[in-house]
Design a protein around this ligand. Structure first.
Ligand SMILES: [Zn+2]
Length: 137
């Protein structure tokens, strides 16, 4: 069975990348529930929290701090949701561990997934803006 996130890590599937290091990859969710909806994944495949190791989790949480600040700078949301789903019953749809960072606005719906694919041009633009904000620190 092919894992779409492993294919992205290997460069065999496209993604709007925001950041990459030896152990983690950050890219835009192509079904964003709001502008700036990003995902952080470990490069090593494990399905969910139950299969994770502490070192991988620590790296992802550390990335989430920098990413959260970059998203806040670019999007200026009222809030930022950080979500991580384990198992189909919890709403997990891709079975490679991932952390969602979702800009939220007062009065907005709290959806975790969208059925509407983002437009490539929009995803590309926001990925560049967030990447630039990350670079700027
Ligand atoms: Zn995978």
């Amino acid at each position: 069975m092919t894992c779409i996130f492993c294919e992205i890590v290997r460069g065999n599937a496209p993604a709007f990348k925001v950041h990459e290091d030896d152990h983690t990859l950050t890219f835009m969710d192509i079904f964003p529930v709001s502008r700036g909806h990003a995902l952080i994944i470990p490069k090593d495949h494990f399905e969910n929290l139950f299969e994770a190791n502490e070192e991988s989790l620590a790296r992802i949480v550390t990335r989430s701090l920098a990413l959260a600040k970059a998203i806040r700078r670019v999007i200026a949301p009222d809030g930022l949701g950080v979500y991580q789903l384990n198992g189909a019953a919890a709403g997990q749809t891709v079975f490679h561990y991932h952390m969602h960072l979702i800009p939220r606005f007062k009065g907005g719906r709290l959806d975790l997934h969208s059925r509407v694919r983002g437009k490539d041009a929009d995803l590309e633009a926001v990925s560049r803006e967030i990447a630039a904000a990350l670079e700027a620190g």
